[in-house]
Design a binder for this molecule. Structure first.
Ligand SMILES: Cc1ncc(COP(=O)(O)O)c(C=O)c1O
Length: 448
């Protein structure tokens, strides 16, 4: 069967201009092992973006496969509405143990967007119900420049990437927008950038504090906007200001959670204590869709009352807490511990300091940002002025296409080349990934 042909005939791919897709050569992946993906012709590629930021212990991992198979022989799915099951309970206890000490309750869903949709609905309803509704004016959210929280209408309302979000504007609710620190594009050093952003956030609170339900932020790293990373002390500052004005702090750890930044959660980097945290992506080690919105006990308590008080959180998805996904998540977390994976991430991150040096010297590499194994390489037309390539140049797309010739699957975010390998990657595999990326960047930018 010619799968490429049939794909072009029947399928509509996410975030893809299908007119180009139908013309181009496409890669059809048949299987994976470890950090490698294999296409239908048997050609192998390093999975340089962890199959969209999810793969942890590699593909076709025996322990994860076995955990799912064992559960499969018991039951594949049972509803979580009005029933419970052991693995969801066990996983909830593990998540509470691992996440910051402010968090106590796990509400499951099945992807990052829904976990954020749930976070914002909980934050909103919390203020409607807390203290007999004394602060019902708190209905607005503070979001950040370039934010990305998913593709459903609520999470898009929190987002600020024009290319993805602008067209839906009439459908969205308004938010207050604060600048997220982007030192490379700030006129001043990282410290000044941090101060500027914190002052702007505080000003929003001074002007609108009694209307603000929650600050919603991607801690440490904004992923989808191009791996934009905060200077030290920034997240602590956000927490301090949010607390000072009494709003809730919601962290979106969909991308940063489960080791990606070198910490189990990015919130741990500066020891912040959120009221609500959303996690998804790597929770199952990259195997199955599962997400969780984890809240403090105080938030949870605002939803308690007799049935006729109507404080219930009326929200739930059909596949909430799917047992197979929970089995994968538990096996994933056990392997983290067993393989001492955080150490591997820290070692590989150190190795990157050396590996990336030649890349930084290339004429069109403006900025290289990294935390843990989240890496963004920002390509610029003119390095001396940081002038960006125009989007029509499709520079990122051309680099990742060239990277296929070097056996890499990587993805761009605009002019930023993203590397986010599976967290189990070995020293040799990481060197292979960076070397191939270097060659692809050099070939494309020096030809452009
Ligand atoms: C920070 C963040 N939040 C939410 C999402 C949405 O997750 P999903 O694609 O699983 O809906 C993403 C996806 O990339 C993300 O990076």
């Amino acid at each position: 069967m010619d799968y490429a042909l049939l794909d072009k005939k029947y399928v509509w791919h996410p975030f893809t201009q299908m007119q180009d897709w139908i013309k181009d050569d496409i890669v059809v992946i048949e299987r994976g092992k470890g950090v490698w993906l294999y296409d239908m012709a048997g050609k192998k590629y390093i999975d340089g973006v962890s199959s969209l930021w999810v793969t942890v212990h590699g593909h076709a991992n025996q322990a994860l496969n076995d955990a799912i198979k064992i559960q499969l022989d018991k039951i594949a799915h049972t509803t979580f509405l009005g029933l419970s099951h052991p693995l969801a309970v066990q996983l909830a206890a593990m998540l509470i143990e691992l996440t910051p000490s402010s968090l106590n309750r796990v509400f499951y869903s099945d992807n990052g967007s829904t976990s954020m949709e749930i976070a914002l609905k909980i934050a909103y309803q919390y203020w409607q119900q807390k203290d007999g509704g004394k602060q019902q004016k708190r209905t607005k959210f503070v979001t950040f420049t370039n934010a990305y929280h998913g593709d459903t209408i609520g999470s898009v309302s929190l987002g600020a990437i024009d290319l993805f979000h602008k067209i839906y504007k009439p459908l969205l609710f308004d938010t207050f927008n604060a600048p997220y620190p982007y030192p490379y594009r700030f006129n001043g050093d990282a410290e000044a950038c941090k101060d500027h952003c914190l002052q702007a956030l505080e000003q929003l609170f001074k002007n609108h504090g009694d209307e603000i339900a929650a600050v919603v932020i991607e801690p440490e790293v904004q992923g989808a906007s191009g791996m934009i990373m905060t200077p030290p002390g920034y997240m602590k500052g956000v927490e301090r200001i949010t607390r000072k004005y009494g709003a809730l702090l919601v962290v979106d750890e969909v991308a940063t959670g489960f080791g990606r930044t070198g910490y189990m959660f990015a919130s741990n980097a500066e020891q912040i204590k959120p009221d609500i945290m959303a996690v998804a992506k790597s929770i199952t080690g990259g195997y199955l869709p599962l997400a969780a919105t984890i809240t403090s006990e105080a938030v949870f308590e605002a939803f308690l009352g007799s049935y006729d008080e109507q404080k219930t959180f009326f929200h739930g998805h059909t596949y909430t807490a799917n047992p197979l996904a929970c089995a994968a998540a538990i096996a994933n977390l056990e392997l983290f511990e067993h393989n001492n994976l955080l150490h591997n991430i820290i070692d590989r991150a150190k190795q990157l300091d050396e590996l990336l040096k030649p890349m930084q010297k290339l004429d069109h590499v403006g900025d290289i940002r990294k935390k843990g194994l989240m890496i963004g390489i920002e390509l610029v037309e003119d390095k001396s002025t940081a002038k960006p390539y125009s989007w029509q140049d499709k520079i990122g797309i051309r680099v990742i296409e060239e990277a296929r010739n070097h056996n890499l699957i990587i993805r761009p975010l605009g002019n930023v080349i993203v590397l986010m390998p599976p967290l189990c990657i070995s020293a040799d595999e990481l060197a292979f990934l960076v070397d191939g990326t270097y060659k692809a960047v050099k070939t494309v930018t020096e030809r452009a």
